[in-house]
Design a protein around this ligand. Structure first.
Ligand code: NAP
Length: 284
């Protein structure tokens, strides 16, 4: 039985950890807010007192924290001990630069690193159908295939460390554009006297159909803004998109506007609500 560690038990990390336990891995966990680990410990996980003691117990560590600074904080703590024969897998959405720095720090203490953010939200995290976008050595990815397969349904090898994060940022630019477009479309339909329910029915059955139309359209129609993907994380992602775009000289006029829209939504206190709360900024 493989010994796996999970750091970060938020909306995504907790169900992913649960799937590792269900798959039969010997799971050690650490979360900054320890009480969030209670249910998992009742189900068989072991709660470590700190990151260093977790590192000593396991062969691989999966990290699911908020952003690049948080990842590097955790990696620095992990690197206080030798990581020989251990693989550190970051699945949080961070900058390509943070992934490259994490890789260097981990290699210096003889560990291996995979940059493996996920496509998919709370639902796919619960039912183990996440898609992992992996940057790093292919043979290291293959060695960890059983760990990935316990939490997801697909692995896409994107290239060297940093490319997983690049792919994730590209996909989240599309996600943010889509979410804002859907919110505006629902509002426009309602202002013309149509119902949100009918709009979603039509949009979900034509060429524009995507699982997100139904998921987020239904949530808006039901006034349910409980977080699956917190808006503050999408704001962080678009901030990272714009940083990367400036470095690679990509012209993103909609991306720039999304940055302003998401900043304003977070300033309005919507950061902990779902990304579909973008609708609330329009409907005032
Ligand atoms: P979340 O519910 O906000 O959970 C964040 C987790 O990170 C919590 O366990 C938090 O600990 C921990 N954390 C944050 N900063 C930390 C630090 N400096 N040191 C230690 N622990 C820290 O977020 P989430 O929705 O699970 O998302 C996690 C990551 O996945 C983010 O990068 C997000 O962009 C990405 N993502 C999310 C979704 C989604 O749909 N939710 C989908 C794809 C990717 P505490 O419990 O102590 O706060």
């Amino acid at each position: 039985m493989k010994n796996i560690g999970m750091i970060g038990l938020g909306i995504m990390g907790e169900p992913m950890a649960r799937n590792l336990v269900k798959a039969g891995f010997n799971l050690s966990v650490w979360n900054r807010t320890a009480k969030k680990a209670k249910d998992l410990c009742d189900e068989g996980a072991y709660l470590c007192k700190d990151v260093e003691s977790l590192a000593k117990r396991v062969d691989s560590v999966v990290i699911m924290v908020s952003g690049p600074e948080d990842l590097l904080e955790i990696v620095n703590a992990l690197c206080a001990t030798s990581l020989k024969d251990k693989t550190i897998i970051n699945v949080s959405t961070v900058s390509p630069e943070a992934s490259i720095t994490a890789n260097k720090l981990i290699n210096q203490v003889d560990g291996e690193f995979l940059d493996a953010p996920v496509s998919g939200s709370k639902g796919p995290a619960i039912n183990a159908s996440l898609v992992f976008l992996v940057g790093g050595h292919k043979e290291v990815m293959e060695r960890c295939r059983d760990v990935f397969e316990a939490m997801g349904s697909k692995l896409v090898h994107c290239g060297e460390v940093g490319t997983g994060s690049k792919m994730k940022l590209a996909i989240n630019l599309l996600l943010a554009s889509f979410m804002q477009g859907l919110a505006e479309t629902v509002l426009f339909a309602q202002k013309m006297g149509l119902t949100a329910e009918n709009l979603v029915k039509v949009a979900a059955s034509g060429a524009m159909a995507a699982p997100m139309v139904k998921l987020k359209g239904d949530a808006i129609a039901a006034n349910d803004f409980s977080p699956h993907f917190p808006l503050r994380h999408l704001n962080k992602d678009i901030r990272l998109v714009l940083q990367e775009a400036a470095q690679c000289n990509a012209n993103l006029p909609v991306g720039l506007q999304l940055g302003d829209i998401l900043n304003s939504a977070e300033n309005q206190g919507l950061g902990d609500e779902d990304i579909c709360a973008l609708y609330k900024t329009l409907n005032k």
